[in-house]
Structures are given as C-alpha cells and as structure tokens.
Design a protein around this ligand. Structure first.
Ligand code: PLP
Length: 366
C-alpha cells in the first residue's frame, strides 16, 4: 500500500517553503532545560503588557455560550472597528484567523493561475504563501540599501499580469514606513490592487487609511494581534473600497470568527487606556534599544527593532540569547535579509535592560 501520494497535491504548492514561525516558549524550555516561566519571548512582536483586562472579562463572560454559532460576518465586531477607525461598515471586513485569514480570502478572490504579485523584500512571508497557493507568480523587488522602499523598482516590476502589490508599513522586519508620495505614485501607476499591511500602525506616526476614500485600488490590512494584545484570539480586519467588500463577502468563510474572539475584539477596541499604555511601552522601548544596543539599530516605527549584528552572524547571536532564556528572531528566514540581522520585540523595561546586557557581552567579544 502506498503511504504517500504527492501527485495529489496541486503543482502550485511544490515550490512553497515551509512557514518558519518565531520559536515558542515550550520549544526553548525543552531544548535548553529552562523553566518556561523564566523565558522572555521577544521573537514574535506580541504585546508584552498582555491583553486588555476588558477583553479577558468578555471572554470569561461568554464562555458558557459557545454552543451557539457566532454571527456569520462578525457584524458586532465590524461595528466596533467602524467606531474605532471612523470608516462605515461598508468599507470594513473583519477577518479570522487574524489578518492572515484576510489575506487568504483576498487571494482566493483575486488570484488566477499565472497572475503576478509584487513583493518588496525582505518582508512578512505569508503574502507569498497565500498568493502562491492560489497560483500566483511572485516577483521580488529589493529594498534600497538603507532598507527603504524602492518605489521605482516596484513600478518597473509591473507587467500586464500584475494583480496585487504588497507593501508593509511599518515593514516587518525593518520597522520602516512607506512614504505617502511613493504609495500614491504606485497606486496611480498600477493596474492592480495595492495591499498595505498596517499590522504595526498604532505604534507609528502616520497611517494610510484615508487613501481608501481617494483610490479604488487600495486595501488596508490590520490586526488586533499586536497593539491590542490579542494574538491568541486571531483577529484581523481590512479597510477597503465598498465595491471590493461586496465581492469579498461572496467568498469569505462564514462564521470564521469565534464567539470569544468577537467579544474580546469589541472589548479591546473600547479599551483605549490599554492601547495607549502599549503604544508608550513600544515607543520608549525602541528608543532605549536604539540608544543602548551596541550594534546598528534601524530606526523603527513598530514594537520591534531590526539589529545588524555584523561582524557576527544572526544564527550565533540568536543562539547566545536562547541559552540565556531570551527568544529573539533570526531574520535568515526572511527572503533577502542576509545572515546578520536579528529582530527584537520591545519588552518591558526590565526585559529591555537584559537584552541590552546580552548585546553588550556579545560586542565585547569582537
Ligand atoms: C503579525 C503580522 C501579521 C499577522 O497578523 P495576524 O492578525 O496575527 O494574522 C500580518 N502582517 C504582519 C506584517 C505581521 O507582522
């Protein structure tokens, strides 16, 4: 009997590399013989202050009601997002699991086999997975040497098959925002759609959602995983032109956001005190990192910083951190990032001081 039937898998999937997530506390505790409670997790850009207490209470209050389906389109959550963003519900799609679920639905809606997507790299890797699974051909464009977007290169990469251009602002893993002038040029030049990923926008100086009122080919992706501290609830949303939402709703997976997630999202969106505290923590921490880490730290608009650990290799630096119970991200898994970048999530004050101490010990070895 055959135990494997690879020929049953559609050919588009063959070249897709396995997704590399940040390391979990359980993995590291086991591998290095550490107490899980002592591990500091700064590898996945989660909110180190925890979730909003209001969200926790909402989840608890609804735990006895999970025998009933949620609303199919999470309309209560869409209303809360509408109040938070100022956009009417007709421009908003709530998504689960997370913004990744929004990307999956959009790719199912937009991509036919052979369509091209443009990806400035290094960037978040799931765009490519979601698009290729639907038959897209990725076209990679390098960032400028200072890691800013090369808008001219993006426009040059455009072809008659271009369907979606992915721009991440602030970009993961660089922390840099796109310039509005560049974004406008790209929106006006392309025959396709521009997906602007604003997963970290709450930590930054500006956002691009107002462009949804001006252009009919922009989609803003957002998440409650980062600033709102709800990564475990898997909540995202898109702000998009009304014509696109109408099409999107035809194919969006119904009931994809669970009852606990909906109530947690609604509660978290109303807890502006927790949001403000989280933003302040990220801003103070990234300033502390740029002043005190004895390597090149790129200026960041997010809750993490990118560090160039040259002349060391990122894999050795990450290993030194792991042995001390601190998880940071080796950026070798980002296409085009080379082998000397690490990404560090901003922690609490005490955690940030420990991070700086380890970087100081490493730099002393030069
Ligand atoms: C974390 C992250 C996401 C994913 O968000 P989820 O809502 O948790 O799926 C999307 N884009 C970027 C750039 C991210 O860093």
């Amino acid at each position: 009997m055959s135990l494997s039937r690879p020929e049953l898998i559609k050919p588009e999937i063959a070249g897709i590399a396995e997704y590399v997530p940040g390391k979990s506390i359980e993995d590291i505790a086991r591998k290095y013989g550490l107490d899980p409670a002592s591990i500091i997790k700064l590898g996945s850009n989660e909110n180190v202050l925890g979730p909003s207490q209001k969200a926790v209470e909402a989840i608890e209050a609804h735990s006895g009601k999970v025998n009933i389906y949620p609303s199919s389109d999470a309309s209560e959550l869409v209303e809360a997002i509408s109040a938070y963003t100022g956009f009417p519900a007709g421009n908003i799609c709530a998504s689960g699991p997370g913004m990744d679920g929004l990307l999956d639905n959009l790719m199912r809606l937009l991509i036919s086999t052979g369509d091209e997507i443009i990806l400035p790299v290094p960037t978040f890797s799931y765009y490519e997975v979601a698009a290729r699974a639907n038959g897209a051909i990725p076209v990679h464009v390098n960032l400028n040497t200072d890691l800013s977007l090369d808008a001219d290169a993006v426009m040059k990469a455009e072809s008659s098959r271009t369907k979606v251009i992915f721009l991440c602002s602030p970009n993961n893993p660089t922390g840099k925002q796109v310039a509005e002038e560049d974004l406008r040029r790209i929106l006006e030049h392309t025959r396709g759609l521009v997906f602007v990923d604003e997963a970290y926008v709450e930590f930054s100086d500006h956002n691009f959602s107002h462009l949804v009122n001006e252009y009919d080919n922009i989609i803003i992706g957002r998440t409650l995983s980062k600033a709102f501290g709800l990564a475990g609830m898997r909540l995202g949303y898109g702000i998009m032109p009304a014509w696109l939402k109408q099409q999107y709703m035809k194919i969006a997976t119904p009931f994809s956001i669970s009852v606990p997630s909906i109530v947690a999202g609604v509660a978290a969106l109303s807890d502006s005190a927790h949001l403000q505290k989280s933003i302040l923590c990220a801003r103070e921490g990234r300033d502390f990192f740029s002043k005190n880490i004895p390597f090149k730290v790129y200026e960041s608009q997010a809750n993490f910083v990118l560090v160039d650990v040259s002349p060391f290799k990122s894999k050795d630096v990450v290993e030194i951190f792991l042995k001390k119970g601190i998880i940071i991200r080796d950026c070798r898994s980002f296409k085009g990032a080379g082998d000397s970048f690490v990404r560090v999530t901003v922690g609490t004050g005490v955690q940030n001081e420990k991070v700086v101490e380890v970087f100081e010990e490493i730099s002393a070895q030069v």
